[in-house]
Each structure stands twice: as C-alpha cells, then as structure tokens.
Design a protein around this ligand. Structure first.
Ligand code: ADP
Ligand code: MG
Length: 330
C-alpha cells in the first residue's frame, strides 16, 4: 500500500488503568486508509478514540497492536522516515513557556534534523500570522497565538501529511478562518490533511472523505458526497396560520410539533413526494403561512450512525449537537 498517505490495520490501544481505575480499550481494531492529497475528516463523539489514533500517528502514544504505515513507511520498521512524513498539531496546548516562537521553531527543526539552509522559520511564522511575535515568550502569547504556534511547529519539517486534532475547538472566528485558509492552501500545494472536528458543518465543507469512529471502532468511511447521498431523509417545516390541533396522517410521514408551534414533517424522498406531504397537511385542515424544507446534512448522518449504540455513552457526550425537535405521540 504505497499509494495511501496513511494505512492502518488492526490498530488497538488499551490504556492501563491508574490507581483503582480499570484499563480502557480505546481502539478496538481500526482499519483505515487515507488517500494521498485528500482533506480527510476523522469524526466521532467525545471519547471515541480520535486523539488516541492521532497521537499514535504522531508517535506520542504507543499502540497495543496493529500496523501503521505513514507515506508507505511502516511505523515500526522505518520509524525515522514515517515520523518525517507527518506533522501533528495536537489538541493540547503543550508549549515550552521559555521559548519564543522563532526559538521553538528552530528547536523543532533541530529535532527533525532539518539543515539550517532548509529552515524557513520566518516564512512559516508569516503563514500563521505570528511574524510580529517572533521574539515574544510563549508564556506571553494568547491562547489563539499558541495554537498558531502549534500549527507552525507541525510544519517545520515540510511534512507530506498534516494532522490537526480539533484545531478550531474554542477558537475565535478570525483564527478559524486563518486555519481553514491555510489548510486549503497547503492542500492545494499537495499536502494531505487529516483533521478531527466537532463542527460537522466544517467537516462537510472542508473534507473530501470522512471516517466516523465511535467507541474505538470505525463505523463508516466514505466520500463526503456519498455519505450525504446515503441519506434520503427530508424535513418539511410548516408555520401554520393557527395552532395545530390534529397532526396530519399519511403513510411514510412522521409529523411532530415544535415548541414554537411549527409543524415538522419527516419523510423519505425515495418513497414519498413533497406533494403527498402537502396533501396530508391540507387534509388535516392546516393552513400554511410559511414552508421550508431541510435536506439531510452531515449531522443527520452522524447521529444516525453513532446514536444506535447507547450501551456505553461517554460521560462527556453532552456537547454533541442535537436537533431541537419536540416529539409528539400520534
Ligand atoms: P476523543 O479524542 O475521540 O475524544 P480520546 O482518544 O481522547 O477520544 O479517548 C478515547 C478513550 O480513551 C476515552 O474513553 C478516554 O477517556 C480514554 N483515554 C484517553 N487517554 C487516556 C489515558 N492517557 N489514560 C487512560 N484513558 C485514556
Ligand atoms: Mg480528542
């Protein structure tokens, strides 16, 4: 498999339990291929194992079993080459407070054996918008600037693959736009990008291909277009002229009321036409003041694929997005 940017086979990770803690099986045998040149999204709820997988790629976490090949180099057989092919911007802000941004980049370049003549610290600082902070101590940088510096560090050795773990979690709009502009630019120059994000809209917009993992297992992997195409669910939202007393009834149509009084009709476009849905609305004597339809988005795909197994919900799962649809029994 030399044409994949990343090839992962049977990847398992068990964290040893600390005092009184049970051990944790974080990855349960993951198979994953990331095509070269893609912007690849790794999605999953909190605790799914995304950071564990990425930290194994980065060499920060030691895998328990399986094979990882980076740009055709086996991580165990060719550790130096496989490490040189990848740059990782970690989720945690782990910076040495006593280095300046330029100093941190020079140290990083040294660690990766980049010769002085090939170092481009100033160019990279310019790219991430830190030129004017080149000589400031890391401890004086804002959270956003530290993230910029982490991105800069990941780029120092000109990696083929750039990995970003939740790069936009909790960052302001300006930084988010800077990050995505850089990701696009680097990808256009040929860099393969792997990113995790909680923002499904971002993944839908940025990624060519997406893998969803849940509870340490891969649930699916497909092109973003195919993933969206798999969903033929449609939602019609109607604002009625007066409060609805009887919900419309029709085969294949799931009618519910939202708290604001609007009527939500869910149906599958393969089985039911919009005309049939409207017919059911008219039959229930509901007069339409306003109507709009919603297509399935990545959030629907994500919920459909990850909400089926509620046996082991991670404790910190609440910040997953949910639709505000109020279910009413018919
Ligand atoms: P994600 O990045 O998808 O939120 P993580 O890879 O951080 O998920 O975590 C996967 C699982 O492994 C979680 O249940 C988490 O609590 C556990 N875990 C992560 N790091 C450690 C660690 N160092 N020691 C023990 N358990 C860990
Ligand atoms: Mg994580």
């Amino acid at each position: 498999m030399t044409d994949a940017a990343i090839s992962i086979k049977g990847l398992r990770k068990t964290y040893r339990g600390g005092k009184g803690q049970p051990e944790k099986l974080a990855l349960k045998g993951i198979e994953l291929n990331v095509p070269r040149g893609s912007v690849f999204g790794l999605l999953g709820p909190n605790g799914a194992g995304k950071s564990t997988l990425i930290n194994i790629l980065a060499g920060l976490v030691v895998k328990s079993a399986g094979h990882v090949s980076i740009w055709g180099f086996d991580q165990d057989q060719n550790p130096r080459q496989s490490r040189a092919a990848i740059g990782v911007m970690p989720q945690e802000l782990n910076l040495d407070p006593f280095f300046t941004p330029r100093g941190a980049l020079e140290v990083q370049a040294g660690l990766y054996g980049v010769p002085k003549s090939e170092r481009r610290s100033d160019e990279i600082l310019e790219l991430v918008g830190l030129s004017d902070k080149a000589e400031a101590y890391a401890r004086t940088l804002s959270g956003g600037m530290r993230r910029r510096l982490l991105l800069a560090k990941a780029l120092v050795h000109h990696p083929k693959i750039l990995v970003l773990d939740e790069p936009t979690a909790g960052v302001d709009i300006e930084l988010r736009q800077m990050l995505w502009a850089n990701v696009r630019k680097l990808n256009e120059q040929g860099m393969t990008i792997i990113l995790t994000t909680h923002y499904l809209e971002e993944a839908q917009e940025m990624c060519d291909e997406i893998a969803i993992i849940n509870h340490g297992e891969k649930v699916t992997q497909d092109s973003t277009a195919n993933l969206l195409g798999r969903m033929d669910s449609r939602t019609m939202v109607i604002v009625p002229d007066s409060p609805v007393s009887d919900l419309p009834v029709a085969e294949g149509v799931d009618a519910t009321l939202r708290d604001d009084g609007s009527l939500v009709l869910q149906y599958r476009s393969n089985h039911t036409s919009a005309e049939q849905v409207l017919e059911a609305v008219r039959s229930a004597d509901i007069r339409i003041r306003d109507v709009r339809t919603e297509e399935a988005d990545l959030e629907d795909v994500f919920l459909a694929l990850t909400s089926s197994r509620a046996d082991d919900p991670p404790a910190d799962d609440q910040d997953q997005p949910r639709r505000g649809i109020h279910r009413v029994k018919l």
